[in-house]
Write a protein that binds this ligand. Structure first.
Ligand SMILES: [Zn+2]
Length: 147
């Protein structure tokens, strides 16, 4: 992975079966920053990614999704129902929130990242798909943003 700045930010799912350092062959001593959330969703990570760009200007942001992801099995409606049961006083906020169900391709996340005014246009953005059963990693899309 290359880029104009130093370092790589990896956004991936919180799934404990994923070890991004191992999967990507990243030496833990190298400058790689890990951002994880349910599904590895860009909309949920954009604030953190924007802050990291301000602080470190990473040359590359890699977004890694994986097969058999919980966020493809559990939908926002189920998450909201469970959370409203837990915290009925937060019903309005919960109903108005997105929780990251995956019904679309990782390309949607890549496009969102590329379109975000908070992400530097010279950042290399890479989409990765990890097959949890075979351990195979593949590049979904590689987009160099237009300057
Ligand atoms: Zn997942």
């Amino acid at each position: 992975m290359r880029g104009t700045g130093a370092g790589v930010v990896v956004l991936s799912c919180s799934d404990p079966r994923l070890n991004p350092y191992q999967i990507l062959g990243i030496d833990p001593t190298l400058k790689a920053t890990m951002v994880r959330n349910a599904g590895g969703r860009v909309f949920d990570a954009i604030r953190t990614l924007a802050v990291l760009q301000t602080i470190g200007q990473p040359g590359t942001i890699a977004v890694m999704h994986h097969t058999d992801c919980g966020m493809t099995h559990f939908h926002d409606v189920d998450v909201k129902k469970a959370l409203v049961e837990l915290a009925p006083q937060e019903k309005e906020v919960i109903e108005a929130s997105k929780f990251g169900e995956i019904t679309t391709s990782i390309r949607v996340d890549i496009a969102l990242l590329k379109a975000s005014p908070l992400i530097r246009k010279d950042t290399q953005i890479v989409g990765l798909k990890y097959d949890i059963s075979t351990g195979e990693l593949s590049v979904v899309d590689e987009i160099k943003s237009e300057l």
